[in-house]
Design a protein around this ligand. Structure first.
Ligand SMILES: NC(=O)c1ccc[n+]([C@@H]2O[C@H](COP(=O)([O-])OP(=O)(O)OC[C@H]3O[C@@H](n4cnc5c(N)ncnc54)[C@H](OP(=O)(O)O)[C@@H]3O)[C@@H](O)[C@H]2O)c1
Length: 206
């Protein structure tokens, strides 16, 4: 992270900080908060919170996986968003970018706790945005389709898999706010899935 941040600073001319935090302990360390204050002292502070994880054990009713999956996909990112959101609100500038998944709109037997955690993150972001946006702070949550990363490695996927560089380009080149989808076509698919009556939804082949 140190090398990547230094490389970005040299090539693109902005200050880059990184934060190290570990879920399932969603508590933020002193260092994280201190780094947060430094980030927010920039002219247009931007915070990206890409943490997320799935588990093979997140299948059907598994009580042991609910808390760890919620910690990394919801509790940790929500706390980070709140920490930075508060600092940015007092300065009236900045943006927080969170990462969700199309799974939030289409829960199924596999990744059931993951879907719920991402859905919780989206709801949290919606509420936070209502408070932060009038104070000059942008908040976006990107619902990603399949992306070619470690997280999706080895999965049998029926839909196109996005290039992580394209995701990065999309995230930094646009003035994102609210809930966004990447690739865009997922907006339509998830819209339909969200509104399917249960007797049809439960027959869907995913
Ligand atoms: N890839 C996909 O198909 C896909 C689809 C939908 C949504 N997403 C979402 O996109 C975001 C980025 O994921 P990715 O595809 O880039 O996957 P990735 O390469 O596996 O990256 C996941 C990131 O989360 C961090 N992380 C994992 N477990 C953690 C923990 N317990 N505590 C703290 N950090 C943890 C990882 O840190 P380390 O590198 O230190 O392990 C890594 O930085 C995630 O929120 C994911 O849910 C991905």
């Amino acid at each position: 992270m140190r090398a990547t941040a230094a490389d970005m600073e040299v090539r693109f001319g902005f200050r880059a900080h990184w934060l190290v935090t570990t879920s399932p302990s969603p508590a933020l360390s002193q260092t994280t908060c201190w780094n947060g204050a430094r980030v927010c002292s920039g002219t247009w502070p931007s915070v990206f919170v890409p943490a997320g994880a799935v588990s093979d054990e997140d299948y059907g009713p598994n009580p042991d996986i609910v808390a760890p999956i919620a910690a990394v996909n919801y509790l940790g990112p929500a706390r980070i968003a709140a920490t930075f959101g508060r600092a940015m609100r007092s300065r009236g500038a900045g943006q927080v970018i969170l990462f969700s998944s199309i799974a939030a709109a289409a829960p199924r037997g596999r990744n059931v706790a993951y879907s719920a955690a991402k859905a919780a993150l989206e709801i949290y972001a919606r509420g936070l945005r209502k408070e932060l946006e009038p104070k000059g702070v942008r908040l976006a949550v990107i619902a990603l389709g399949y992306v070619d990363t470690r997280l999706s490695f080895g999965m049998k996927l029926r839909f196109p898999v996005a290039d992580p560089d394209a995701v990065g380009e999309y995230v930094v080149s646009r003035r994102l706010h609210g809930r966004c989808h990447y690739p865009r076509f997922w907006w339509w698919i998830t819209l339909v899935l969200r509104h399917l009556p249960w007797p049809i939804y439960r027959r869907m082949p995913f």
